[in-house]
Design a protein around this ligand. Structure first.
Ligand code: SF4
Length: 301
């Protein structure tokens, strides 16, 4: 098959920066490089190197870091003095940050600058008395972090139907924001819906990241040219899943897998029969080597 690869496929700025921070911490801890096939079990001197939750949503990348000695903790209860804790690209809620500071651990903040900007902007609107309406996945770590900057004056909705179900009060000073990886078109529709429902324009924070928009737009552009789409990246990655949704919504037969090895002969036969030109894209947390391997595989079919 011929493959058309999206130019934007792969790591975004926030993911690159977060992984660079973690690599720097690994280097600081010293020890052998991964190339020598030895993990970094040298943390006894400096405390453990921990990420609070996966540093990015890509299980394969996370597994490589675990093999190098990084510990992935799901909550901050086990963190103590001497530990070094890297805050992931999605950021963390304010109360978790406060508990980490009180734990005696050293914090290394690898929150994406764009997520940080969204947190600060929400905090500023909240300080002015605003009530947040957040477009996002309510259980996503980034969303939990963003909500924490709005105190108890916040509600979250995952789609326009959920927005319509929210109990809004006419006199409240609402402001609208979105998880950085949400669909811009739906976000605009949410603003229009609120204007109609409340009879006034609701202040809106532009928190959707361009990296997400560019990746989604490229999929839309490719949809007119290719016959099918392959999306590579973490199945737990919101922005990657949305690339697959955008491809499907634009009429493409689409598969979303974490690596080329995940495409079974049955899946390949069912997806690529009669296909000569396939599009290839990847989420913002997908390493280049996985995209490259997928391209080589698709070209070999
Ligand atoms: S997608 Fe955007 S907001 Fe999210 S980590 Fe990447 S650069 Fe940051």
């Amino acid at each position: 098959m011929q493959v058309v690869r999206a130019r934007s496929a792969g790591f975004c700025l926030g993911v690159s920066l977060a992984l660079r921070r973690l690599d720097l911490e690994l280097d600081r801890a010293g020890g052998e490089r991964k190339a020598e096939k030895k993990p970094y079990h040298v943390f006894a001197r400096q405390g453990r190197l921990i990420t609070l939750g996966p540093i990015i949503h890509n299980p394969l990348v996370m597994q490589e870091y675990i093999e190098r000695g990084v510990i992935c903790e799901e909550d901050c209860r086990g963190v103590g003095p001497g530990d070094r804790v890297v805050i992931r690209a999605h950021g963390i809620p304010r109360d978790v940050e406060a508990r980490l500071m009180a734990s005696g651990a050293t914090l290394i903040d690898a929150t994406c600058p764009k997520v940080k900007k969204a947190q600060v902007s929400i905090g500023n609107e909240h300080a002015k008395g605003g009530f947040l309406l957040l477009f996002g996945e309510k259980d996503h770590p980034e969303v939990r972090g963003l909500l924490s900057y709005a105190g108890n004056r916040a509600m979250v909705f995952g789609d326009l139907r959920e927005l319509a179900d929210l109990p809004l009060e006419a006199g409240r000073m609402y402001f609208l924001a979105a998880q950085t990886t949400q669909d811009r078109g739906l976000f605009l529709q949410a603003g229009k819906y609120l204007r109609k429902r409340l009879g006034r324009t609701v202040s809106t924070l532009n928190t959707i990241c361009d990296a997400t928009r560019d990746r989604q737009q490229e999929v839309i552009d490719l949809a007119g040219k290719v016959q099918a789409m392959v999306v590579v990246g973490g199945l737990n990655s919101g922005n990657t899943r949305r690339l697959a949704e955008v491809a499907r919504a634009n009429g493409l037969v689409t598969i979303h897998v974490e690596q080329a090895n995940d495409i079974t002969p049955k899946l390949a036969a069912g997806t690529f029969a009669g296909i000569a030109l396939v599009g290839l894209t990847a989420g913002a947390s997908t390493p280049e080597k996985h995209i490259h391997a997928m391209q080589a595989y698709l070209e070999s079919i």
